[in-house]
Design a protein around this ligand. Structure first.
Ligand SMILES: [Zn+2]
Length: 262
């Protein structure tokens, strides 16, 4: 019981905080308010080495190197080989964040899809879970996850804002749903409803710091310690005590990321 009492931030960009925020003291501050586990996803392959050295120097943190759809143009066969090799490091828990982003200004869909497929293949070959990013491309992402047999590894669907139907499809493929700051924003409608309707075993937390700060910090730089506010909101919506929220969501994160019981 005790070992599950710390919250798990399944998505925090500790390597992309603004210069005035020191990741070591941010993690220390987060620990003081009950956050004990941090998964740091990759964005651009050119930053993976820095990402790994950072997590290897901060206890309680793990990396999920990968290529974000916005950085698809950086991907090449050399980085594929680097990624394959990195996945054997003890500091690496998953491949991420990978997926599709249909927002304006993003790389061409065909390029994003190819980079996604290759990284899914690498994760499956290494038998490691993946961290998904999806914006305005839900149907296509689900289709590719099925085609590439992503259920063999599963993982976490980061920043989940989809419908209950999409959540069910994701869970069916072995993906937990991560909720963050937007859940706390005034006017949030669908995310709270979906959260309330989900089976408890598939809910995890994320800060996505330095982006998407929860209320009342919305619009400011998000900090790892603000995950506590998100956990409170999840507890409120699910009628869970703070300790129950921590116990359930941390156990879910450990299971989905196949980290055992720590
Ligand atoms: Zn992210």
């Amino acid at each position: 019981m005790e070992k599950y009492s710390m919250l798990f931030d399944t998505h925090v960009h500790l390597d992309r905080l603004p210069a005035e925020m020191d990741p070591i003291s941010e993690v220390a501050q987060a620990r003081r308010v009950g956050i004990g586990h941090f998964l740091v996803p990759g964005v651009d392959p050119r930053d993976w080495h820095a990402l790994l050295s950072m997590v290897e120097s901060i206890p309680g943190t793990l990396a999920a190197p990968g290529t974000h759809p916005l950085a698809s143009a950086s991907w090449n066969s050399e980085f594929a080989a680097v990624l394959e090799e990195m996945l054997s490091r003890e500091s690496v828990a998953a491949v991420g964040e990978i997926g599709l982003d249909g927002s304006p200004g993003m790389p061409a869909a065909a390029v994003q899809e190819q980079v996604l497929r290759e990284q899914l293949g690498i994760a499956i070959a290494a038998d490691l879970p993946v961290v998904l990013h999806c914006r305005k491309a839900t149907g296509r992402l689900l289709e590719i996850l099925r085609q590439e047999s992503a259920h063999r590894v599963g993982g976490i669907w980061h920043g989940f804002s989809g419908s209950l139907e999409t959540a069910r499809a994701a869970m069916g493929l072995g993906f937990g749903l991560a909720f963050g700051g937007p859940l706390t924003w005034p006017g949030a409608r669908r995310a709270p409803q979906v959260l309330q309707a989900l089976p408890a075993d598939w809910i995890v937390l994320e800060s996505d710091a330095p982006d998407l700060a929860p209320s009342p910090f919305r619009g400011q730089t998000n900090r790892p310690s603000y995950l506590g506010v998100i956990a409170e909101q999840v507890g409120f919506l699910r009628h869970w005590s703070p300790q129950t929220t921590a116990r359930i969501t941390t156990a879910n994160a450990l299971r989905l990321l196949r980290l055992g019981t720590e």
